[in-house]
Write a protein that binds this ligand. Structure first.
Ligand SMILES: [Zn+2]
Ligand SMILES: [Zn+2]
Length: 430
């Protein structure tokens, strides 16, 4: 086996150790991040718990787009480039028997690693997805190379087995783990009352929004997806295929303001407090349909919608915020009304990021449920299949729903992955 391998990396990132230039100067010196296919040293196992994995497929999402377009990624210490990819599917090549893994096992990998700081009680207790210091490391995102290469080495404790029946969908385990974490949190929170959820609203129809909608449908919830994508888009078709309802937000105009209703922005003196709209388009839509949202999952990353959702949410409901908004948008919001309703209607708003091993395992189980309830729908999510050579030229704006990179052609996966005897034992409760 050669000691070199192919990898797709983002170059032109700032070395986290490089604090020499002041902000203004570093802005001027900054290179534009670029995607490139490179030859890099193949990683080697150094400890008994290390596992060598051959990569089959890597999924791309909005985080990857931001790393490429906005210098969101952080390379490992002392480097200026980052191997991309945090959504992975691979096959074990080398592992000690004591790890519980053997060559031929299909695996996916967790993304976040603990911060290692002694005062971070969650990292110390194996819950780095609740890290309090922010000094955590994430493969393919922050401080550690990702999986978009021919091989990677990872400690066995961060690998999750994928059964052979789930081989083609295993690459969705990471995005689904985000949904599982939040659903687990919602269930714990709602133990505060007698909760009988009927209606769920998902904001956004990107890959995460679609997985959230599919999850709500497997839970038997009447599900509405509210999104700016056209009603005849591939995403809207997927929504309808799983029995959820699709509503294109406004739709007449392509501008954000028109799309989500007219708003008073800070500095717009013509808008007095009295003229603030009494009801958001989302609220009006739900009320117009006689619906009470028991659960709202915000997956757009358009922050004004998160505040609209606080008032659109029904009594005793939970609003979960999953979209990241690195911008600096400011807006007037009806703070009295929002506060009033949150208090008088026992509403709960939570933010959620990343996921634990249990969430990956539950996610794989749930993806299997989706596949049996709505056969073929998940495959329609994976609209763009690329090779490593193609990904360096990837135009993220041209992706249908979701892009995956086949590091090895799909036709060869079953030859490389040993058929797992029996089902993989997962450690979850649903
Ligand atoms: Zn921590
Ligand atoms: Zn992801």
């Amino acid at each position: 086996m050669s000691d070199r391998m192919k990898a797709v990396r983002v170059t032109g990132l700032t070395d986290p150790l490089d604090h020499r230039e002041d902000d203004a100067a570093s802005g001027a010196l900054r290179l534009k991040p670029m995607l490139e296919l490179a030859e890099v040293p193949r990683p080697k196992r150094v400890s008994k718990t290390d596992v060598l994995v051959r990569v089959l497929c890597v999924g791309m999402d909005g985080t990857d787009r931001e790393i490429v377009s906005e210098q969101y990624g952080v390379p490992p210490l002392g480097e200026h480039s980052l191997i991309l990819g945090h959504e992975s599917l691979g096959v074990v090549m080398e592992a000690d028997a004591a790890t519980g893994l053997k060559p031929g096992d299909a695996v996916t990998a967790l993304v976040r690693r603990p911060c290692g700081q002694p005062d971070c009680v969650n990292c110390r207790n194996g819950k780095p997805d609740f890290c309090e210091t922010g000094a955590y490391v994430e493969r393919g995102i922050k401080g550690m190379h990702g999986f978009l290469s021919e091989y990677y080495v990872e400690d066995a404790r961060y690998l999750v087995k994928v059964s052979s029946s789930m081989l083609t969908l295993g690459v969705l385990a990471e995005p689904q783990s985000i949904v599982e974490k939040v659903w687990d949190e919602v269930q714990r929170i709602q133990q505060r009352l007698i909760w009988q959820p009927k209606t769920a609203v998902v904001l956004g129809s990107g890959p995460l929004g679609l997985l959230a909608a599919l999850t709500c449908r497997t839970l038997g919830l009447d599900t509405y997806v509210w999104s700016k994508s056209p009603a005849d888009s591939a995403a809207a078709d997927i929504v309808r295929a799983c029995g959820a309802h699709y509503k294109q937000a406004s739709g007449a105009s392509s501008t954000e303001a028109a799309m989500f209703g007219h708003r008073a922005t800070v500095g717009d003196e013509r808008q007095s407090e009295e003229s603030e709209k009494p009801i958001s388009p989302l609220d009006a839509f739900l009320k117009g349909h006689g619906k009470r949202a028991d659960l709202i999952l915000e997956c757009t990353g358009y922050s004004p919608l998160a505040f609209d959702a606080m008032t659109a949410l029904g009594p005793n409901g939970v609003l979960a915020l999953l979209g990241v908004t690195p911008g600096n948008r400011r807006e007037k919001v009806s703070v009295d009304r929002i506060n009033h309703e949150l208090v008088l209607e026992n509403k709960c708003v939570l933010g959620s990021v990343n996921a634990s091993r249990k969430d990956f395992e539950t996610g794989l189980y749930r993806l299997g449920r989706m596949e049996s309830l709505f056969p073929g729908v998940l495959d329609r999510l994976l609209t763009d299949r690329l090779t490593m050579e193609q990904v360096a030229q990837l135009d993220f704006s041209g992706i249908g729903v979701k892009a995956v990179v086949d590091v090895i052609p799909q036709s060869e996966w079953t030859r490389l992955a040993a058929a797992s005897e029996g089902e993989v034992a997962y450690s979850f409760s649903v």
